[in-house]
Design a protein around this ligand. Structure first.
Ligand SMILES: Cc1cc2nc3c(=O)[nH]c(=O)nc-3n(C[C@H](O)[C@H](O)[C@H](O)COP(=O)(O)OP(=O)(O)OC[C@H]3O[C@@H](n4cnc5c(N)ncnc54)[C@H](O)[C@@H]3O)c2cc1C
Length: 364
């Protein structure tokens, strides 16, 4: 028996990574509590927004490509468990120029005729390397996070929203860590910090080391009137000299989104999320005019959201031990959403001391 305020694991931060860990640990029968600073109805950090790509449009190692496939299967399982549509197989087209390469093992290149049929709204220039992946998918980001939280709660996890946790680093009676959450006290055998871009600020230099907060802007515009862009159009990424740019048609609401994969580093989450500067917007609009001229005329309807994600050195996913059973999971490197269910399995394996297996997560 256990009291209501004693848990095996406290997961602090319920973005996609914390929510996936919460669900996986609850599935395995752990007594879990999830603590999130924002309201239950909201997704605020790097995981906020409408969609995320489940396959990488840029070249990745063979190990990463294999991990994407495993994670894609786990996303399918989550969608079935949630009983609602979370994933849309749209296909993707990657177009590279200026010395950039497409992903090596992506599906076949398509002929010009087929591309003209698939993405008549996108400009393709002579000499570009082209890869069409008909299996590429998008996941509905915020509904996916809510589904993980809900499924975790159904399996017995306790959820605390509008709450931050303060933690004493050394375990107390019975080896439990004491946490103050919203004026109440609880204890947990293990604490897992999944703070996304807030990680760098949370625990001082030991966490800041090797982490970088990246600023990103996504713009959305209504493409309902763009007849060249059907709702089921694949998303398109252009890899050029010094930039990666994407246009993602989102069937829901007929709003498409576009943006570069990063505007550069920021000192803090709030600096990353400051409003878009005219010069930054100009660069994105110039790329839109160049690569998707049919969309470039709809400027008055553009809505921009700025957000933050985290880069780690070498793009690794890392689980850092801060104290005997206090771990910080940094799962980002810009494209971490797709790996969330797989990382959660690996973290649960590590916490259960399962024998070593090849992992994406590096333990430190
Ligand atoms: C615009 C954009 C596009 C992206 N596109 C893709 C893509 O196509 N494919 C892909 O795979 N990845 C993509 N990524 C990256 C991916 O979304 C992130 O890697 C992932 O969402 C990180 O999740 P997280 O849970 O680690 O962080 P977050 O989602 O930021 O979660 C951290 C949570 O911790 C909470 N928190 C922080 N401090 C505290 C505290 N003290 N107490 C309680 N709670 C706290 C925050 O409120 C937040 O909910 C994109 C990111 C962005 C921003």
């Amino acid at each position: 028996m256990y009291t209501l305020d004693s848990y095996d694991v406290a997961v602090v931060g319920l973005g996609v990574i914390g929510s996936a860990c919460l669900l996986e640990l609850a599935r395995r029968g752990w007594r879990v509590i999830g603590i999130e600073q924002s309201a239950a109805s909201r997704v605020v950090g790097s995981s906020a927004g409408d969609v995320r790509m489940l396959e990488s449009p840029t070249p990745v190692s063979a190990a990463r490509a294999a991990a994407e496939k495993v994670s894609r299967v786990l996303w399918g399982r989550l969608e079935r468990e949630a009983g609602k549509s979370l994933i849309q197989q749209t296909g993707s087209v990657t177009l590279s120029s200026g010395g950039r390469r497409c992903p090596a093992d992506a599906a076949s290149s398509s002929g010009a005729e087929e591309l003209a049929r698939l993405i008549p709204w996108a400009r393709i220039e002579e000499g570009m390397e082209i890869v069409h992946d008909p299996h590429a998918s998008l996941v509905r980001a915020e509904p996916a996070v809510h589904a993980m939280r809900r499924l975790g709660s159904r399996r017995g996890a306790k959820l605390c929203f509008d709450s931050t946790a303060s933690l004493r680093r050394s375990p107390g009676v019975g080896g439990q860590y004491a946490l103050e959450v919203g004026g109440s006290r609880l204890s947990a055998g293990t604490v897992l910090l999944c703070l996304g871009p807030w990680m760098a600020a949370a625990a001082g230099d030991e966490l800041r080391d090797g982490l970088r907060i990246e600023r990103v802007a996504t713009h959305s515009l209504s493409t309902a009137s763009v007849t060249s862009m059907p709702g089921d159009s694949p998303y398109v990424c252009w890899l050029g000299a010094g930039y990666e740019f994407a246009v993602i048609p989102v069937a829901e609401g007929a709003r498409s989104r576009f943006g570069r994969f990063g505007l550069g580093p920021a000192e803090s989450v709030s600096m990353a999320m400051r409003p878009i500067a005219p010069a930054e917007l100009d660069v994105d609009l110039a790329l839109l005019s160049r690569w998707a001229p049919d969309l470039a005329g709809i400027r008055q309807e553009i809505k921009t959201v700025t957000s933050a994600y985290t880069h780690t050195l070498n793009g690794e996913f890392r689980l850092r031990r801060l104290a005997s059973r206090v771990h910080a999971l940094t799962a980002c490197s810009g494209r971490g959403f797709k790996f969330a269910p797989l990382l959660a399995q690996e973290v649960a394996d590590i916490l259960e001391d399962c024998p070593d297996a090849p992992r994406l997560v590096e333990t430190q």
